[in-house]
Structures are given as C-alpha cells and as structure tokens.
Design a protein around this ligand. Structure first.
Ligand code: 5GP
Length: 146
C-alpha cells in the first residue's frame, strides 16, 4: 500500500514546517481553537494598555518592554505569522506599518527614530502566533540583533 496522498497545500504548507520544527503535530489549524493572548487583549478579556484601535488593528504597550517605547501593533484578524499571510492580507499588513509610524509620531519618537520588527517562527523569536509589529524606540538600538 502506498502513502495516502495529501492535498498539495497540506504537504507544502509553511505551517507544516513550522509545527514540525516546534515538535508539534500537523495538520494544525491556521487559527487555533483557543484564543491567542492578543485576541484576549483585543476583546478586553485581559487587561492591557491599549493606545490605539481602528477597524483593522490595535496597539498596546508590551508587558516586557525592551526599550523605553515598546508597542505591539496587532491586526484584529488572526494571521499567525508572515509566512501564513496571503494576498488577501495585503491591506492589513500595510496598515500595520502605517499604524506603527503613526503611533511613533504620537509618542514623540518619529524624529529620534525607531525600529519595527516582526519575529517569524522559532529562529525568528516568535512566541505569540498572531502576527504583530514591535515598535521599539526611545533609546539608540544596536545592530545586528542578538
Ligand atoms: P514575539 O516574541 O512573538 O515576537 O512577541 C510577543 C510579545 O508579546 C513579547 O514581546 C511579549 O513581551 C509580549 N506579550 C506576551 N504576553 C503579553 C501580555 O499578556 N500583555 C502584553 N502587553 N504583552 C505581552
């Protein structure tokens, strides 16, 4: 008996590689059965210092700031990570960057400068599978990152 053929998208999905790397079973759901911590913040189920909300995204202070300004900009829609985004997500992905720039200006770090970061997958340092832009500033930031 040969292998049961899988659908091409299941066999090739970057999600499959991510979960295999993390030692987790596949198939998995693109949107987990339980809410991500950021969905709970979005829905007001856990407290957070939310400083921006609009129809596509929200932004709040990171609980463990790595710089004087450390904001997370998160889409209302759960896109797990850059590797799982689709063409349909183009508008929201662009909106995250424009919102990060607006928040930076609102917080007075546009002139001094800042960094925007998206961690993707295990080696990227991603810990929450709900795409988010880190906005870091308020001090000089070194390069390369650790
Ligand atoms: P990642 O490591 O996935 O790129 O970033 C996740 C970020 O979420 C981390 O910087 C972490 O400090 C932040 N974070 C995790 N849980 C919470 C929380 O409950 N509240 C807030 N405000 N930030 C959180």
């Amino acid at each position: 008996m040969g292998r049961v053929p899988r659908k091409a998208d299941e066999r090739e999905s970057p999600n499959r590689r991510f979960f295999a790397f993390a030692g987790m079973p596949f198939p998995c759901q693109l949107e987990p059965a339980v809410k991500t911590i950021f969905e709970k913040i979005r829905d007001g189920e856990i407290p957070s210092d939310v400083i921006h909300r609009d129809e596509l995204c929200f932004a709040f202070r990171d609980i463990s700031p790595q710089a004087p300004v450390h904001i997370l900009v998160v889409p209302n829609k759960v896109i797990p990570r850059v590797g799982e985004a689709t063409a349909e997500d183009q508008t929201v992905l662009g909106h995250l960057l424009l919102t990060a720039a607006k928040v930076a200006a609102d917080l007075g770090i546009a002139e001094s400068g800042y960094r925007v970061v998206i961690n993707n997958g295990p080696h990227g340092g991603e810990t929450v599978p709900h795409i988010h832009v880190h906005l870091l500033g308020g001090r000089p930031l070194t390069w390369p990152p650790g």
